[in-house]
Design a protein around this ligand. Sequence first.
Ligand code: ADP
Ligand code: MG
Length: 257
Amino acid sequence: MANLSVKNLHVSIEENEILKGLDLEIKGGEIHAIMGPNGTGKSTLAYSLMGHPAYDIVDGQVLFDGEDLLEMGPDERSRAGLFLAFQYPVSIPGVTVANFLRTAVNARRRAENPDDKGISILEFRKMLKEKMDLLKMDHAFAGRYLNEGFSGGEKKRAEILQMATLQPKIAILDETDSGLDIDALRIVSDGVNALAGPEMGVLVITHYQRLLNYIKPDYVHIMFDGRIVESGGPELALKLEEEGYDWIREKYEAVAA
Ligand code: ADP
Ligand code: MG
């Protein structure tokens, strides 16, 4: 069980304030969705939580299990149990998916204990197979070179497998990717649904309502102009599907201006 608590978060990029006092609470095991028009700062929130250096935290507080997340480096955040899916993962020629994941697992183990000898190949293979079975993935995928010639769907598959292997307490997925075709959509949502539970909370960030036909969030938040302006249940996503974002603009544009 983990809690993520974001209070009054203000974030700037190159002197432009993008997040303007954002509040969000995620309790262990909950599935939250943030939706909002393009340019409202959804990815900025994801990058800020990840600790990307381009994003200046101007004000506010983020607690992860009571610890000050903003004081931690990106690797510490990951070790503490926060996972952020890479929206545009790099390809690493000559490194297989399995090698990449084993390196990630070992890096984490060594960070916790410098004397750690690392997971044995046998033990790792067993673990990876279990994860791939859970995610209904073909075992051959582990032998592919990471992201080399990967389709959008395969990139998502690598991302979800990484999430399964690292077993985060809270996973944040920024799905603005315009390449989210139906295949990729299924992979992300099946993966989230297989892994989410009391041990893992999820924050899905998406512009598209259709993702939420597959992932059933407990809470839906609408973001506009750097803040969360509405919060509710899944019915809020349905309202957006039917009515679009115009009513949000009308209701909050005046406030924002
Ligand atoms: P969303 O994910 O909701 O579409 P973003 O967080 O990507 O929104 O962007 C929010 C705002 O920040 C946009 O106005 C965008 O132009 C601006 N922005 C994003 N990244 C940068 C950057 N690296 N430098 C300057 N402005 C940026
Ligand atoms: Mg975005």
